[in-house]
Design a protein around this ligand. Structure first.
Ligand code: HEC
Ligand code: HEC
Length: 372
């Protein structure tokens, strides 16, 4: 063989070798294959904790894109009429507009859908915290009889038969195999990008951009963050549960230390919340503390959607809560009431509205990709 032939031969062998490597066909490790896709660098806002991204699900542009399509994909539901986004509406901070969500075939659920943002910083999911990873959480609605009421074989068959999905799975995971694990991973990747950190509150308090609260908002902030109103009577005490135990900047449960709390919503709980997971009577009526970010749009509120709007929310905390045996000591006004003036209520509402993140609510990166 001539020298040129040898070099050419070697070149061809190495090209073939490189292509082979790139298309590593071993499916056993390709679920965890980090070599595929374009790495995505999740920007963690200053003051936020580290994200919960597991080592075997690195974020990629392609994985996030696939997750976004799956989030809006109706083929996931039994009768192909609803997607995740049917109960998690972007304009409502990805919660539902109805007290308890309607599932596939019009079945009524028993709990209010939860708002979805900053999930990358939570370490438990659902009102009772029964699931510990986003990867696992994403599969639950598919099987839940009150949600998609479907089975994974059907979902996998439908996605495989749809020409858009096999190439997207290949781009995200190295080959076009559609598996339960990969569906969960892609949706989790998309959800981790849903970060809300640009409300007026963030700009004034966390980022100190020089923007100011109005006097009414400032007064509301004072009530939110005090046990007792400096002007006399009860403060809101809100920060004890919606903030303090993570960092002073991050009102809302980031799931780290703050776990499950009974805020006296009910005198008698038909939905026992955390106790359904632990079977501990001391956990009856305890629920994951929801974030108060974007609260202006995430109504109706609470695990059962029983509080219809911001006025009635403030009405509930003014009432102080029912004296349930498990009520948290931070509900200091339980059974007494806070006896707030109209001015105090308005101030608190004005402050709560500063927690709206319009950029997040309108971000086209999270909107329906089928309507693009
Ligand atoms: C039929 C309405 C409905 C559909 C469809 C639905 N969800 Fe939900 N979602 C809910 C309800 C209700 C809860 C609270 C359930 C509970 O606590 O038991 C919830 C809770 C969640 C949570 C927990 C949030 C937290 O802070 O703990 C996540 C994440 C979530 N859903 C994502 C999804 C994804 C992803 C899909 C699609 C695969 C989806 N949901 C489909 C109604 C729905
Ligand atoms: C003792 C802890 C505690 C205190 C104090 C507290 N909350 Fe809550 N809050 C909770 C819990 C727990 C829930 C969910 C309860 C449920 O669903 O049954 C909740 C729910 C909410 C919700 C509903 C969010 C949603 O997505 O459904 C809002 C809004 C809220 N609280 C605002 C406030 C405000 C404002 C204050 C102060 C006036 C306050 N909270 C004081 C624990 C507390």
């Amino acid at each position: 063989m001539s020298r040129r032939g040898l070099i050419l031969g070697l070149l061809m062998v190495s090209v073939v070798f490189l292509v082979q490597c790139r298309r590593d066909p071993s499916p056993s490790n390709c679920d965890t294959c980090a070599t595929y896709g374009t790495p995505y660098n999740l920007k963690v806002p200053s003051g936020f904790p580290q994200p919960n991204t597991p080592a075997d699900n690195p974020m990629t542009e392609e994985g996030i894109k696939l997750g976004r399509f799956l989030f809006y994909e109706k083929a996931l539901s039994d009768d192909q009429t609803i997607s995740c986004a049917s109960c998690h509406l972007q304009e409502r901070a990805f919660t539902d507009a109805t007290p308890t969500s309607v599932g596939t075939r019009g079945i009524f659920g028993r709990r209010k859908a939860m708002p979805l943002f900053n999930l990358a910083f939570h370490d438990n999911f659902f009102w009772d915290g029964r699931v510990l990873t986003l990867e696992e959480q994403s599969i639950h609605p598919i099987l839940d009889t009150l949600e998609f009421d479907n089975d994974l074989n059907t979902v996998i068959q439908r996605l495989s038969a749809n020409p858009i999905y096999p190439p997207m799975f290949a781009a995200a995971f190295g080959d076009d195999q559609i598996t339960e694990k990969r569906i969960g991973k892609a949706i989790a990747q998309f959800e981790r990008t849903m970060i809300s950190a640009n409300s007026k509150f963030d700009r004034v308090i966390r980022l100190q951009t020089g923007e100011q609260f109005t006097p009414l908002e400032q007064r509301g902030y004072e009530l939110f963050t005090s046990d007792f109103d400096p002007n006399g009577g009860f403060g809101g005490d809100c920060f004890h549960c919606h903030g303090e135990r993570e960092t002073q900047y991050l009102f809302g449960s980031f799931g780290r230390d703050l776990q499950f709390v009974n805020n006296g919503l009910k005198a008698v709980y038909t939905d026992e919340g955390r106790a359904e997971v632990t079977n501990d009577p001391a956990d009856v009526g305890k629920f994951k503390v929801p974030s108060v970010r974007n609260v202006e749009f995430s109504f109706p509120y609470m695990h059962d959607g029983s509080i219809p709007n911001l006025d009635s929310l403030i009405g509930f905390y003014n009432f102080g809560g029912h004296k349930h045996v498990n009520i948290d000591p931070n509900m200091k006004a339980a059974g007494i009431g806070r006896n707030w003036s109209e001015g105090q209520k308005q101030a608190l509402a004005a402050f709560l509205r500063t927690l709206t993140d319009y950029e997040f609510l309108q971000d086209t990166a999270f909107s329906n990709p089928f309507e693009e």
